[in-house]
Every structure is written in C-alpha cells, then in structure tokens.
Design a binder for this molecule. Structure first.
Ligand code: NAI
Ligand code: UGA
Length: 431
C-alpha cells in the first residue's frame, strides 16, 4: 500500500520506517528541509534504538522524504503526526495540526478517488469533530464519508523503545465511526502486525479513539502517582515501597508495570496529556479530581527529595551533585524532567549545582547555563556535599568508589538505582 506521513518527529519517523519495513511504500512529508534531507540520507534527527537500521535499509527506496505535501495525493492514506503542544492553560494548541490538515486538504483537492486521512497526533475528541475534519473538508472541497475519510489512530509508543512498541503493540485502536472503506485500508496497512503478533484491534468511534489515548496516558501517570503516594506513606513507616509494589503487582488486576516509585513522571506527553484532560474537563464544567491529584502529587515529589536532602545537609554555598537530567534513561529529552524542579530548588537554597547526564547535559545547559556540567558521574561527585539522583541511568548502579571522593557522602536516590553501601548516607525517596 502507498502511505504518506505528515511530520517526521518521534512518532512520524518511527511510523514511516516501520510501515516501510512492513512492505509499504512510504512518503514522509515534513516542513523542515534538514529533517527531510537527513531522512533521505537514511538518518533521523531523533535517537531511537532500531530506527537507524530501518532507515538505512529503506531510505531512498521504499521510504522517500519530501517537503511537498502534494506528494500525498499519490498515496492511498495520509497520517497526520505533527505536534500538539500545550497552551499556557493546559489545553491543546491544535494550530500545528490544523495547518497540516489544511496542507493535506489542499494536496488532495484534485485527486480522483477516495483518500483516507488518519490522525495520529494526540488531540481531544472535540478538536477532531469541530476543527480537524472541517479543516480538511474546507481545504479539499470534499466531504468526509464520501470522497474522503478521516480516522483516528492514536499511538502508544514510548521514547527509547518506539520501534519495538510500534512493531509489537498491545493494541491497535482504529476510530472510524464504522466507515468500511477506512477500516479496509487500515486493516490492510496493519495486517503484518496483526497476523505476526495477534494484536487486538479495537474498532471504535473517532471520539472514543481520541479519548482512549488520553485515558491511557492519564491512567499510567495516575498509577505512578498512586505508587508514589503509597511510597511516601511507606517511607514514614520505614517500609520498602518496592517490596510492597512487587507484591501488589502480582495481582493481575493491578499488574506489575509502572509501579516504580520515586521522584515522579516527566516526558513530552504525560504532563501535556493530563493537563489537556484537566483543562478540557474543567471547561466542560467538571473537576477531574483524580487526574488533578495525580498531577499535584507529581509536582510535589521533587520537593520531597529536596526535603530529605535538607535533613542531612544545609546545602547553602555547598557543592551538590545532580545525577541524571533526562526525563528517563536512554534519551536526551528533558521535556517535563524532574531534574528541572530539583535544580531550581537547589538554586533557591543557594547550592552550587554540578550536574551530570550521559546524553542530556547539552540541552539542559540551554535552560540552566550557569550551573556546572561534569563529564562523568564520578567528576560530579568529587567534593560534593550531597547528591540527588533523578534519572535511572544504568551506569549509576555501578557507582561505588566515586562516592569516597565526596566531601560529605549523602546520596538521596529518587529512582532506586544506586546501590546502598557502607560509607555513604543513603536515603531512598520511598524506601
Ligand atoms: N513523542 C512521543 O513519544 C509520542 C507522541 N505522541 C503524539 O504524537 C504527536 C507528534 O508528536 P512528536 O512526534 O513527538 O512531535 P515532534 O515535534 O517530534 O515532530 C513533529 C514534526 O512535524 C513537523 N511538522 C509541523 N508542521 C508540519 C506540517 N504542516 N507539515 C509537515 N510537517 C510538519 C515538524 O517539523 C516536526 O518534524 C503529538 O500529538 C504527540 O502528543 C503520541 C505518542 C508518543
Ligand atoms: O504519549 C506518549 O508520548 C507516550 O507517553 C509515555 O511514554 P514516555 O513518556 O516515552 O515514557 P514512559 O516510559 O512512559 O515514562 C514516562 C515517565 O514516567 C516515569 N516512570 C515510569 C514508570 C514507572 O514505574 N515510574 C516512573 O516514574 C519515567 O521515569 C518517565 O519520567 C507512555 O508510556 C506511552 O505509552 C505514550 O505513547
């Protein structure tokens, strides 16, 4: 099948490369010339394990990139995979998506025959009905359900395992409102995944599909916040929250994943998607208490880490190491990272912050240009009066003798990654 993908970021690049690997002809369309040039050269502007080999195998062959939206008219189906950032009030800024919808509408205006547009970007249900579909219809002068179809097919991949998550998904959600032509195209497109992995396919309405994505992320974020809340209680009673989590996770109704307690969740989507749900619900006259509590608890965890540090060290004027800056290991992405509030709290206390991250130091330096960045965890720990561990980079598990070089070996671990050992004052956030 011939597919086009608008937007070559985290989601669009993974989608393009994986569809090519599944045997489809793919046209990746991005407004950024450098992104397009790199893609045609077999290179992505994002780091994702497994993406490199796919791009070098298919770029210039089954996978072609371009800045020309009109190329979409030569394909059977177009995915919209552009960003949907937050407005200051937490609601979604759909302007990038609407601009892409307009670009595609214009591109297919003269096309003979049916064209399917699939929304991959995360947006609230009302935006699909009230803005995206009317925009495509207006720009193409075609009617939804007649010459064109619009489907909603949310993406559940994680950064750091995007290719594997895409190729071996837990589910595929197809929101079509029962449009048979749309379902046939999507069934053919995803057929290799469905038959290889017996993936459940959820056929549903477009509004429901959009909400499933938000509900999925809100549930996962709230699950982490709940284990963090329980973990904070565990700490008060000198109980190890990880032992508790391992045990409750054995109950199938709870499940073992996403029970790692600590300094909280970050990333490009949990903060944005929970904020959008809260803003949407409030605008519609409902106070979504559980989701608001999940967000509030998440905002408090970094302060708890700092309070634990305060119990052992007066950080004012002291060198304090922050280990880990990325929102999770395996990425240089610092969006929503808990390291920001930790650094801000340390600076507010008058500490001299020295930070280390194997990938994210350069991006963090744009936000905090005045703090020191070490070349290694050992260098950050040297002469430090305390250390706050914010990201669970595996290399932190191997730290040992480096702690001996600290001026005052206090380690507050926000991720349960450092080994408790003799000679250091070690505190876990929830254990
Ligand atoms: N990052 C992630 O892991 C996940 C993201 N999502 C959702 O997927 C959507 C896309 O997210 P990302 O891939 O992270 O975004 P991104 O910001 O990494 O990439 C978006 C790309 O779209 C391009 N673009 C913008 N306007 C365009 C236009 N009119 N025509 C062509 N290209 C255009 C940009 O140049 C950029 O390369 C968002 O709604 C996000 O919430 C969903 C699941 C996972
Ligand atoms: O919509 C999205 O963009 C994506 O958001 C998350 O994926 P991602 O943000 O890439 O990363 P996760 O692995 O979910 O981690 C998010 C945050 O939660 C934290 N986390 C995760 C798991 C856990 O047990 N405890 C915990 O604190 C991580 O450290 C990280 O800061 C979801 O897991 C994906 O399904 C979704 O597609």
């Amino acid at each position: 099948m011939n597919a086009s993908v608008v937007g070559s970021g985290y989601v669009g690049t993974t989608l393009s490369a994986c569809l090519a690997d599944m045997g489809h002809e793919v046209t990746a369309i991005d407004i950024d010339e450098e992104t397009v040039e790199r893609l045609n050269g077999g290179e992505a502007r994002i780091h994702e394990p497994g993406l490199g080999p796919l791009l070098s195998a298919y770029a210039g062959g089954r996978l072609q990139a371009t800045t020309e939206h009109v190329a979409a008219a030569e394909t059977d189906v177009t995915f919209l995979a552009v960003g949907t950032p937050s407005n200051p009030d937490g609601s979604i800024d759909a302007s990038i998506l609407l601009a892409a919808a307009e670009d595609i509408g214009r591109a297919i205006a003269d096309k003979d025959g049916y064209h399917l547009v699939v929304v991959k970007s995360t947006v609230m249900p009302d935006v699909i009905d009230e803005e995206v579909i009317p925009q495509i219809e207006a720009a193409s002068e075609k009617t939804d359900g007649e010459e064109i179809g619009v489907a909603v097919n949310p993406e559940f991949q994680r950064e750091g395992s995007a290719v594997r998550d895409f190729m071996e998904p837990d589910k595929i959600v197809l929101g079509t409102d029962g449009d048979e032509r749309a379902l046939d195209i999507l069934a053919e497109l995803y057929q290799p995944l469905v038959s290889d992995w017996e993936v459940p396919v959820v056929e549903t309405g477009r509004r429901e599909a959009a909400m499933i994505k938000y509900a999925n992320n809100a549930f996962l974020a709230a699950k982490i916040s709940l284990i963090n809340d329980l973990g904070n209680v565990c700490k008060l009673f000198d109980v190890d929250a990880y032992e508790v989590a391992d045990a409750i996770g054995l109950d199938d109704r709870i499940g073992e994943q996403f029970l790692r307690s600590g300094v909280g969740w970050g990333g490009s989507c949990f903060p944005k998607d929970t904020a959008a749900l809260v803003a949407g619900a409030r605008a519609a006259g409902y106070e979504p208490l559980m989701i608001e509590a999940a967000v509030e608890l998440n905002d408090r965890q970094p302060e708890r880490l700092l309070e634990l540090l305060d119990r052992h060290v007066d950080v004012e004027g002291k060198r304090i190491a922050v280990l880990g800056l990325a929102f999770k290991p395996g990425t240089d992405d610092i969006r929503g990272t808990r390291a920001k509030p930790v650094i801000e709290g340390l600076l507010a206390r008058g500490a001299d912050v020295v930070a280390y991250d194997p990938l994210a130091a350069e991006t963090m330096a744009e936000e905090f240009p005045k703090i020191e960045y070490a070349e290694s965890a050992a260098e950050a720990l040297e002469d430090a009066h305390g250390a706050a561990v914010v990201t669970d980079w595996p290399e932190f598990a191997d730290l040992d003798a480096a702690f001996d070089a600290m001026a005052n070996p206090v380690v507050i671990d926000g991720r349960r990654i450092v080994e408790r050992r003799r000679g250091i004052v070690y505190e876990g956030l929830t254990w």
